[in-house]
Design a binder for this molecule. Structure first.
Ligand SMILES: [Zn+2]
Ligand SMILES: [Zn+2]
Length: 281
């Protein structure tokens, strides 16, 4: 399993010099499992991933599964700018998202509707399939399983647990602590995972002072989740737009006082996970 981060910022893109080491693009994580491509969220990092696919595949068609956690801007804004969707070379994009609030097909049409966007959805020539998913388990190719669970976030949000022969990856962002049902849900989703990518938008003191009810977590809770779920490595994700590289550095240092295997997600970060690496870690 090869995991690559294309967008790590929460809420809105932040192309400012003081944020660029961790990155200014919003949520997008790519996972490769042999020839299979899985993508989590379509924030502005998804646009850059599209360019990488063009370089890699050229005129050859390819297929990808795209999991969309929810429809807030920072998780869908890259879609109209993802160039492979416009190409008619036989590529196929299989989208999975909850249909509780809206179907993703409708979300795409609405975000590209006049007067908000100059290009009509009809210009997207690539094959697209849309699946409504709920909490449960999806059986994918080659024995790969995706388990999903709802997180505590305004208008809802899905967390994903990818189980493969290489190991277990959990992608759980946009989740506010403090609700017993959801707190238990996310710990179960993360149980024993090799890698846990988790919402660490706020500092604990910011959360307490003025961010309750906004649907996000903080690094101290992220540490609680990794320790209480028995997950192995924590990747702090969905950095606040106001958090500079220096602040994120400090968050990592503080978090490591409680749990050693913590990193902050950064654009371009690649994590390789396989059985032999697990044996050595
Ligand atoms: Zn978000
Ligand atoms: Zn959100």
């Amino acid at each position: 399993m090869r995991i690559k981060f294309w967008g790590v910022r929460g809420s809105t893109p932040t192309p400012q010099p003081e944020n660029m080491r961790y990155g200014g693009n919003t949520s997008c994580v790519e996972v490769r499992l042999g020839a299979h491509i899985y993508i989590f969220d379509c924030g502005t990092g998804f646009r850059v991933l599209g360019h990488e696919f063009e370089r890699e595949f050229g005129d050859r068609p390819f297929q990808a599964h795209v999991f969309v956690s929810h429809f807030h801007w920072d998780h869908i804004q890259g879609m109209p700018f993802f160039r492979p969707l416009y190409e008619n070379k036989g590529s196929q994009f299989i989208f999975h998202s909850s249909g509780r609030t809206r179907r993703l097909e409708q979300v795409m049409a609405e975000q590209m509707a006049a007067p908000y966007f100059p290009v009509d959805l009809a210009h997207m020539k690539a094959k697209r399939n849309f699946y409504d998913i709920e909490s449960g388990c999806l059986h994918m190719e080659d024995g790969i399983q995706i388990k999903t669970a709802y997180l505590n976030h305004p208008q809802g949000c899905l967390g994903f647990r990818l189980e493969t022969k290489d190991g277990i990856l959990v992608y759980a962002t946009d989740n506010e602590p403090g609700d017993a049902h959801f707190d238990k849900n996310v710990r179960k989703l993360a149980e024993g995972a090799d890698i846990l990518i988790y919402d660490a938008q706020y500092l604990p003191e910011e959360y307490e002072a003025r961010r309750r009810g906004w649907g996000h977590s903080h690094w101290r809770e992220a540490v609680n989740v990794v320790m209480e779920s028995g997950a192995k490595e924590l990747i702090l994700y969905h950095h606040d737009p106001e958090h500079t590289d220096a602040i994120v550095d400090k968050v990592v240092t503080d978090a490591r006082n409680y749990y050693p295997k913590v990193r902050a997600a950064a654009e371009g970060l690649v994590i390789e996970l396989n059985q032999s690496m697990k044996a050595h870690s």
